[in-house]
Design a protein around this ligand. Sequence first.
Ligand code: B12
Length: 210
Amino acid sequence: MDFEKLTELIIELEVDDIADAVKEALDEEKDPFDVLNALTKGMDEVGRRYEEKDYYLTELVLAGETMKEAFTILKPALAAVDKSQEKVKIIIGTVKGDNHDIGKNILGSLLLSSGFEIYDLGMDVDEKAIVEKVKETGATIIGLSSLLTMTVEHIKTVHEALVDAGLRDKVKLIVGGAPLNMELAKRLGADDFADDAVEGIKHIKKLAGM
Ligand code: B12
């Protein structure tokens, strides 16, 4: 199973074949991170086609489904490398009003393989759920995803809810997603921003003092 084929299966929305293809690649001992890279490349192309109006909403939904299928197989392969030491706890989620979770899930898988303890709140998450989870788990980092220009303001809502709960100085807030950049992230009250999940892991490790 070569990487080009994996990229192509995402672009061609082959939801029924992708899991077997990922399995085949892993059976051939391909590096799971290279597999992830090939799949992400496919999603980038799907996004480009959508922007060019070659693909429509139906294709977007199918691409999301295809990526999810791939992830059911890939996720365990990306799983934790070192279980021995005390893990840093991190809460992840996609902000209220936003149902994009592919990027957030990729971040989650990479965090898992980097030895973090993850609490994934899913998508369309409101500030109350986040504050509650911080109280319950004592997590020290929150990673939020926002893909819609319309929903980035919810990052500020989360920041303010943490301030109100007296928790803001106990947690670091990092955000990601296409409409964001470092300047906007900081303006919304976040501590940090990263362009992609791989870069995000580096930033998160730094925030965790690792
Ligand atoms: C797939 C997709 C969908 C799927 C989502 C499926 C799913 N389960 O996620 C579906 C079909 C549901 C969807 C719906 C919609 N979508 Co859409 N979608 C996309 C698409 C094509 C790809 C997004 C994606 O998954 N990319 C791949 C992942 C891997 O990339 P990523 O999410 O950016 O994540 C990476 C980084 O950003 C970063 N990252 C992400 N989160 C975080 C968090 C942290 C902490 C860190 C450190 C890093 C990090 O790491 C990730 C990996 O490297 C994009 C176009 C694009 N090119 O991005 C449009 C796009 C995001 N969608 C868009 C729109 C408008 C919509 C709809 C409003 C369409 C409609 N008219 O209904 C709805 C919104 C529904 C809702 N309430 O959320 C627009 C947003 C425009 C904007 N700026 O506001 C885009 C940009 C398309 C476009 N060009 O118009 N969409």
